[in-house]
Design a protein around this ligand. Structure first.
Ligand code: ADP
Length: 429
């Protein structure tokens, strides 16, 4: 007995400074454990001998600095070892950031410039390994006792909360390779779309709001100020995307720009930032292990993120289906619609759509399958500048009875009465 269940177990021996790259299959999880030596997944050390269960579709690398033996149980889509990695370059960056954090902590409070630790922004095209590098830098810092702030500006594939949002959260422990970032009250702003071109101005406004709140938090917290931030960005680096990167660097006062896998972007940024000598623009090699994800995969990944929000990473949460009267909820859309009637404009002027105008939304079946954010705003005019408490998913609209059915993380009253709707949809499967 037992031979059937152990027949797929195999050992992999890793030489120093090499990694095992794994793409878990689509249908079944993979079990993995460290038998001897030391190894880490994206900056987080593996505990010795304990089996980890990697969920379907996960793509990771198990890297070792000094050599390790691993054991795998189950089928994979692919797995291979690689001894060419950019890890030395990455850990050198970490060492420089560590030195700056220590210097910031040692500086006296009246010398305010130098009490600020590194503010690192990671930029590059899609699938250059930005999220992965952000994760490593955060986990390595957390391992050494810092609590750096993670800022995720990627509205397509962010790792703090659901898509369509920008968010920030302190990282207190190395990030769990399976569970990801714990959802403990992150600071979240709802943009409502998965591409910034829907409303570029709104995106900028939200980045600014987030930056202001973080700035205030840093003022009162020398420790997190010294730990600094790691900012992950979108893969959109051309045209408006490039403009948004510059806006983020500026607004969040980044002082280290890490450019992954694109010479041209590095040289453009270096050139445009040369009037800010305190900003270091550093070019880093992209890992050969980064997996390209097509549009369909991305769409699926977004859908899983939303599912995870309601049901938990291991189906361990029980969301609640609630019913409200149309009159109980106040739903707003941000942007769109003419700013002023044509009659109020100078002759010849075209009414422009105000990108940050608040537009009340009538409840009808168009809201079906949309994911809405619950704002912390107390008044409608606070909605744009307020962060959000969480999300609801509209599952039914009964026009006759004027009832709306929605899924929420829990039963009971929503944490606010103002809801924001964008174009973020989800089909529960
Ligand atoms: P970006 O943020 O630039 O779009 P990611 O960091 O999300 O790119 O990487 C894309 C995918 O590749 C992710 O699924 C990530 O887990 C995977 N990945 C990154 N580095 C490696 C590696 N060295 N080996 C295997 N998979 C990797």
């Amino acid at each position: 007995a037992g031979s059937a269940s152990t027949s797929s177990v195999r050992q992999v021996k890793l030489d120093r400074e090499s990694e095992l790259r794994i793409e878990v299959g689509n249908d079944s999880p993979l079990r993995l454990r460290l038998l001897s030596g030391n190894a880490e997944i994206f900056g987080t050390e593996l505990p010795p001998e304990i089996w980890l269960t990697l969920p379907p579709r996960l793509k990771i690398a198990v890297f070792t600095w000094y050599g390790a033996t691993l054991e795998m149980d189950g089928a994979t889509e692919t797995d291979y070892t690689a001894d060419e990695t950019p890890m030395i370059g990455y850990v050198n960056v970490h060492a420089i950031l560590e030195a700056r954090r220590s210097r910031a902590r040692a500086s006296s409070a009246d010398d305010s410039g130098s009490t600020q630790g590194p503010r690192v922004i990671v930029v590059g095209p899609t699938d250059s390994g930005k999220s992965t590098l952000s994760r490593m830098l955060l986990s390595w810092a957390a391992k050494q006792g810092w609590k750096p702030t993670f800022v995720d500006l990627d509205i397509g594939q962010g790792s703090i909360t659901i898509p369509g949002c920008i968010a920030a959260t302190p990282i207190e422990l190395p990030i769990d390779p399976v569970e990801g970032i714990p959802l403990e009250m992150p600071l979240v702003y709802f943009y409502g779309h998965t591409t910034p071109s829907n409303n570029v101005d709104l995106y900028k406004v939200l980045v600014k709001e987030l930056a202001q709140v973080l700035e205030r938090q840093f003022t009162g917290n020398a420790e997190s100020r010294a730990a600094g931030m790691v900012i992950n960005t979108m893969g959109w680096i051309e045209g408006v995307g490039y403009e948004l990167l510059l806006h983020a660097i500026d607004t969040l006062n980044a002082n280290v720009v890490l450019v992954l896998g694109q010479e041209k972007l590095w040289s453009m940024l270096k050139d445009v930032l040369k009037n800010k000598p305190y900003v270091d623009v550093v070019k880093l090699q992209k890992s050969g292990g980064v997996v390209s994800r097509n549009a369909k995969y991305r769409q699926k990944a977004r859908s899983y993120r939303i599912r995870e929000y309601f049901y938990g990473p291991a189906n361990d949460l029980s969301p609640h289906s609630n019913i409200a009267n149309f009159s109980d909820l106040f739903i707003y859309r941000i942007g769109g619609g003419p700013q002023a009637p044509r009659s109020a404009l100078p002759i010849g002027a075209e009414p422009a759509a105000d990108p940050t105008r608040l537009v009340p939304v009538n409840i009808n079946r168009d809201l079906l399958h949309l994911v809405l954010a619950v704002s912390f705003a107390k008044e409608p005019d606070e909605i744009i500048s307020s962060n959000v408490a969480g999300f609801v998913y509209i599952t039914d609209i009964d026009i006759q009875r004027k009832k709306i059915t929605y899924l929420a993380p829990s039963a009971g009253d929503l944490p606010g009465k103002y809801l924001i709707v964008g174009t973020l949809t989800w089909i529960e499967t």
